[in-house]
Ligand binder design. Structure first.
Ligand code: MG
Length: 259
């Protein structure tokens, strides 16, 4: 099933389900009991929102060998975790704003896991029970600030730096799916999730040994090689085989001076 959060006209956002080009409401909660109501809209009649509102966005650095190499970085021996703030979230098709503090903002195409159930110290063989489904994310990064700051909160944390969606696919096998990133139609990244250093199961077990995972939390599983700068006017599209496509335009913030 494909789960969306959608808004029709000025009505309140709702959870829904999508099949082909049709949308129906999901009564109840995707994290508990729910019922699929009848189709009410064509997909084009509603605005798709980021499909969940996570309490935290857990990310993994250097989880593809070729990406670590393109930055002359070692592949970590244990997963390298960092966080993005929920304030960085934008919806599919919303603008990524290039902040005035950075001269090198880059895309990072990533598979994202949506947690379905609260858990801590989740055993490797039980991780699947804690997954609601999968979606597409762009871990937008101010690369120059990532280098100059040392730690990554600012570089990864600007508003608009976490587009994800357009929906959560509940039946998806993350073992060998093709991830691509196109900028203005030109291919920049292409790899398979089988090239991940740490698997989804390993990442969930590891992250949950540090912090409680809550329903709706997002886990970004790292980006493959090919990251490249974005400029104002670009359109960046991340696609994952079986999950669809996440597109966002890019625009410079010309109103503010660096703080
Ligand atoms: Mg990343």
């Amino acid at each position: 099933m494909r789960i969306v959060r959608y808004q029709h006209a000025s009505e309140a956002p709702r959870f829904g389900w999508v099949q082909d080009n049709l949308v129906g409401e999901l009564e109840g909660s995707p994290f508990g009991e729910y019922r699929r109501l009848d189709v009410v809209y064509q997909l084009g009649e509603v605005r798709l929102l980021a499909p969940v509102i996570p309490s935290k966005i857990i990310c993994v650095g250097r989880n593809y060998v070729a990406h670590a190499k393109e930055h002359n970085a070692e592949v970590p021996e244990v997963p390298l975790l960092f966080l993005k703030p929920p304030s960085s979230i934008i919806n599919p098709n919303d603008k990524i704003i290039l902040p005035p503090q950075s001269r090198q903002v880059e895309h990072e195409a990533e598979l994202a896991v949506v947690i379905g159930k609260r858990g801590r110290w989740i055993a490797l063989e039980e991780t699947n029970e804690y997954i609601l489904g999968y979606t597409i994310a762009n871990d937008v990064t101010a690369r120059d600030l990532q280098r100059s700051d040392g730690q990554w909160t600012r570089a990864k944390g600007f508003d608009t730096f976490c587009p994800f969606g357009p929906w959560i696919q509940t039946d998806f096998d993350p073992a060998d799916a093709l991830i691509t990133c196109h900028v203005n139609g030109e291919m920049r990244q292409m790899a398979s999730t089988r090239d991940m250093v740490f698997s989804v199961r390993q990442l969930i077990a590891y992250a949950s040994s540090v912090m409680t995972l809550e329903p709706g939390d997002l886990l970004l599983t790292g980006t493959p090689a090919g990251v490249s700068p974005l400029k104002s006017g670009d359109v960046v599209e991340v696609s994952i085989e079986g999950l669809g496509k996440l597109a966002n335009p890019v625009e410079a913030d010309l109103e503010h001076q660096p703080g």
